[in-house]
Write a protein that binds this ligand. Sequence first.
Ligand SMILES: NC(=O)c1ccc[n+]([C@@H]2O[C@H](COP(=O)([O-])OP(=O)(O)OC[C@H]3O[C@@H](n4cnc5c(N)ncnc54)[C@H](O)[C@@H]3O)[C@@H](O)[C@H]2O)c1
Length: 369
Amino acid sequence: MAARGPLGVAVVGCGTISHEYLRNLTSFPDLEVLFCADLDLERARSQAATYGVAAAGSVSQALEHPGVELVVNLTVPGAHAEVAFAAVGAGKHVWNEKPLTTDLEAGRALLEAARRAGVRVGCAPDTVLGAGLQTARRLIQAGAIGTPQTALALMQGPGPESWHPSPEFLFQPGAGPLFDMGPYYFSTLATLFGPASRVAAVGRQAAGTRVIGSGPKAGTKFAVEVPTHIGTLVEYEGGGAASVLLSFDSPLRRHGMVEITGTEATMAVPDPNRFTGEIRIHRLGSDDGWETVPAAGASSGRGLGVLDMVRALRADAPHRASGELALHILEMMMAVEKSAGGAAFEPVSSGFVVPPPLPEEWDPHARTV
Ligand SMILES: NC(=O)c1ccc[n+]([C@@H]2O[C@H](COP(=O)([O-])OP(=O)(O)OC[C@H]3O[C@@H](n4cnc5c(N)ncnc54)[C@H](O)[C@@H]3O)[C@@H](O)[C@H]2O)c1
């Protein structure tokens, strides 16, 4: 029998993205943020004060807090595994920012440790639960494009070092366009086509160093350790095929293009890094160009996946942005990286259950537990 009442949460990692999470998490009545933690204690205290969280301190203090049932891990990718293992070891459920971990063995071991401890793992991206992509899924499920066959996805731009004040980690293993932006695109396609069966890719790097463009470290040069342009082909177990290009090497900024082509129409779904946006449909034989459909449903922003996990825990039901889905996406991305490094085609063997779409009336601000 699941416990009742709002579920206690600790946020670990109080950097850039913690603002959006804390703003949203503190507005959901089904959970209560009890603790903010960071290696930088001042940062943890400051975020707690800004968002009205009662306590702040170290990661071990967060894990000792008796009211905390779930840890929201917003650390940099290189620390995702360490913090998640500590949370699971303390008997807490854990939500990781993406990618799940930076190596596959750690990802597999984390899911196994959680299974043994009887706790759950959830993982970003939760943009797939936003109104835009959920409306697209509902339309596709209702037959709006016939049978989905193929997908074309594109994310290109000059890279995040212009705006992020500490962008070094975005060019280290565990990030780059593949691991930083890939989870949005590959998770969106996975929820439409199911598990991938094989991938092939080419990758390259335009420059070995980059320069920080904003904040106190502006003007500082840093090393680029990963490919900054990746072109990928994906074949899905169910027969779908996708071409996905992810690049930080392009002066031309074109983010968020995902087109799903079915037997009767092509659908342009909203940007997979956003929670809303309109859906456009171009029907076979139509001379009228694109028809637009507005997104319907909840669009609260980052934290929706945590809320879905909280509600699922209280209802003893599966949560949607699951550790299994994130592990599959990690395995795919590792296979893409290996293929781009010179290998030919790489098999992908893991499976996961495609979560059901959220109902249109799903309300993040309703008290349901
Ligand atoms: N910045 C964005 O726009 C954005 C968007 C979506 C997802 N994300 C993801 O969110 C995560 C964090 O990104 P960010 O941009 O907020 O990074 P950031 O560098 O701004 O913040 C990370 C924070 O984690 C803390 N930290 C690092 N290791 C720690 C550890 N072992 N224990 C406790 N705290 C630790 C750091 O001190 C820092 O305060 C990454 O996984 C990233 O992929 C970021």
